[in-house]
Design a protein around this ligand. Structure first.
Ligand SMILES: [Ca+2]
Length: 367
């Protein structure tokens, strides 16, 4: 098993080093793979700590095969070389200033005499060093919302609101004119499916289902079913960034998916300064950030899509408990974010709420 593990790591290293290699070096692929030895161990306790960006992460290398003399050790963050240690203490440190939060990998390669190399790798957890900016809100306008709608998806496009609802036997998609609260189109899905998030890309409406690992594609103009697709995860929320679909699945990981092949292009771990944010639900990409509901929380988080950092939190508690008590049970939670790009209007609602709110965010820290 261990052998397999090292072969796998080696292949990863070869692949990543070949990415920058011109064709004349392709003959290297045919060479016998280099065999690493287990001569070093990176301090394991790095794994059990959550590391903030911009702090010094102490790296200690234990020399576990003393009979293999070490000439130098190279330290890599993901696949990028950070440092070379020559001294016998085998200690250094790393400060992660940029890039993704969540899981990062530290690799160490030890160089021994006669061309022998040792390898060890460890995963660490990185979180932002700053707390998210706190936002409050102001209600600009309220609209009616059908209290039978168990809202799972919401978006606004070309003057109309689109809503996707859940619960088996009730799951539907709707096109709504907010001005007169009229439903222009609706379409129910088969009762075996629990409808989840919806989004639009070009003239297509994409709808996820919860646990069936299946999604549907409709013509947005007439709700005619065009195709179905499969995804290898639960479906919760969905939005689009450029030409990709971005899907939440109830964890802290967003999946970026190709709109044609439905293959996963990228996984993005979402963390604030305390750690991962789980149960990410309905999504809305409002350039340049992703806005997301968190299941059973009265807040919307604002995510930087290149890093996964939570950079803002909107506390919506007062919209729920003060004037509008929607929480008849634990299920009818805040869910649904839509944005009218043209008129810069932000809409939010919840499952079986009686209202849709147009809100404006206020930076609570600027006073
Ligand atoms: Ca949305």
């Amino acid at each position: 098993m261990q052998k397999l593990y090292y072969s796998f790591l080696f292949i990863i290293i070869i692949i990543s080093s070949c990415n920058n290699t011109s064709n004349k070096h392709n003959s290297q692929h045919n060479k016998t793979p280099f065999r690493y030895i287990k001569s070093i161990q990176i301090n394991k306790r790095l794994k059990n700590t959550i590391w903030k960006q911009n702090t010094n992460i102490p790296i200690e290398i234990e020399h576990i095969r003393k009979n293999k003399q070490i000439d130098s050790i190279e330290i890599y963050l993901d696949n990028k070389k950070q440092n070379t240690i020559y001294k016998n203490s085998f200690k250094t440190s790393l400060s992660i200033k940029h890039g993704k939060v969540g899981t990062r990998r530290i690799n160490a390669i030890a160089y021994h005499p006669y061309g022998k190399k040792g390898f060890n790798s460890i995963k660490i957890q990185i979180v932002p060093d700053k707390e998210p900016t706190r936002y409050s809100f102001e209600v600009i306008k309220t609209y009616k919302h059908d209290t039978t709608h168990f809202t799972e998806g919401l978006f606004f496009k070309n003057g109309f609101l689109y809503e996707g609802t859940g619960i088996k036997g009730e799951s539907s998609i709707y096109k709504i004119d907010l001005n007169n609260n009229k439903t222009l189109f609706s379409r129910k899905i088969d009762q075996e499916y629990f409808g989840e998030g919806i989004t639009a890309l070009n003239n297509k409406l994409f709808q996820l289902t919860w646990k069936s690992k299946k999604g549907f594609v409709y013509n947005i103009n007439n709700f005619k079913l065009e195709s179905e697709f499969e995804i290898d995860t639960e479906g919760w929320g969905i939005t689009t960034i450029d030409d990709n679909l971005v899907i939440s699945n109830g964890t802290n990981v967003l999946h970026f998916i190709n709109k044609d092949s439905y293959k996963i292009i990228k996984k993005l771990e979402i963390c604030d300064n305390n750690g991962p944010i789980n149960y990410i639900n309905e999504l809305e990409y409002i350039y340049p950030y992703i806005y997301a509901n968190v299941w059973q929380k009265n807040k919307i988080i604002i995510i930087e899509p290149t890093t996964g950092k939570v950079i803002g939190i909107v506390d919506l508690t007062s919209i729920i408990t003060k004037e509008n008590n929607f929480l008849t049970d634990n299920e009818n939670v805040l869910n649904g974010i839509a944005y009218d790009k043209l008129n810069k209007r932000l809409f939010i609602t919840g499952k079986r709420w009686s209202k849709i709110f147009q809100i404006k965010l206020i930076n609570s820290e600027k006073h």
